[in-house]
Write a protein that binds this ligand. Structure first.
Ligand code: ADP
Ligand code: ADP
Length: 228
């Protein structure tokens, strides 16, 4: 469903962020990309929704080159959860969740119903949380809203860049649990970035170990043998 074939990325200053990166991610898989800081995880994610272009090689989604998709449709079908909490501060939770569904011309009633369902799914009471603004939420609550906002318009792919990084251990465990539950309910293709091996092993169906712009190992958590 997502396939990288021999992707290379050289930034304008000469930094080689990805070297001959090839990877196939199947539909419905929850894949963890793990590796040290600077190994190319974020670069990989940003290329999927065309925030940056590969220098060479190609990326396919459902068999079609991502360059052949209308860029708006491509991005609407990919939910992206950023490392930094990126809710719109002047909007309520409900308005934040509604951004992409509105662009896709969903009906008001349908958007409201969807917002309620998603908030309940991550344990936030809609009657309390719909009308709150981001500064009235804890860090963990903001990240949970960030995750469900990415899911709102029913994208087929979800990319999450260190979605747990800003959380205290308890919120972190709660959100990890939420994401695993979500994955079991909605069967989406989810790729998430982490530099925490325990998190990768606990959550991933498949774990991809990266080092210096390359994948050095892809395996299930059960089979993964770490090379220190
Ligand atoms: P994270 O990977 O969660 O962003 P890190 O602890 O790995 O956090 O890095 C902290 C900060 O230092 C980040 O903002 C990151 O951009 C920067 N950083 C550290 N090493 C590198 C590197 N080799 N390349 C790019 N950024 C780096
Ligand atoms: P990770 O997410 O694994 O920490 P990144 O994909 O952010 O790694 O970065 C991979 C490499 O590319 C790092 O060496 C980083 O410093 C470099 N890099 C990232 N963004 C840029 C940029 N815009 N210009 C130049 N180098 C960059």
């Amino acid at each position: 469903m997502i396939e990288f074939t021999d992707v290379k990325k050289v930034y304008p200053d000469g930094t080689e962020a990805l070297k001959n990166f090839s990877l196939k991610i199947n539909e419905g898989e929850l894949v963890a990309l793990i590796g040290p800081s600077g190994c190319g995880k974020t670069t990989t994610m940003k290329m999927v929704n065309r925030l940056i272009e590969p220098t060479s090689g190609a990326i396919y989604i459902n068999g079609s080159n991502i360059n052949d998709y209308n860029i708006h449709e491509l991005r609407w079908n990919i939910g992206y959860v950023l490392q930094q909490i990126a809710l719109f501060p002047h909007m309520t939770v409900e308005e934040n969740i509604a951004v992409v569904p509105e662009m896709k011309k969903w009906k008001r009633s349908q958007i409201q119903e969807r917002s309620r369902e998603l908030l309940e799914m991550v344990g936030l009471d809609p009657s309390v949380y719909m009308q709150r603004r981001p500064d009235e939420l804890s860090g963990g609550e903001q990240q949970r809203v960030g995750v469900i906002r990415a899911l709102a318009a029913d994208p087929s792919i979800i990319l999450m860049d260190e979605p747990f990084s800003a959380l205290d251990p308890i919120s972190r465990e709660q959100l990890q649990y939420d994401i695993r539950e979500l994955q079991q309910k909605i069967r989406k293709t989810i790729v998430f970035v982490t530099h925490d091996i325990d998190e990768a092993l606990a959550l991933g169906d498949k774990v991809c170990l990266m080092q210096e712009g390359r994948i050095i190992q892809v395996d299930t958590p059960q089979q993964l043998v770490l090379h220190p």
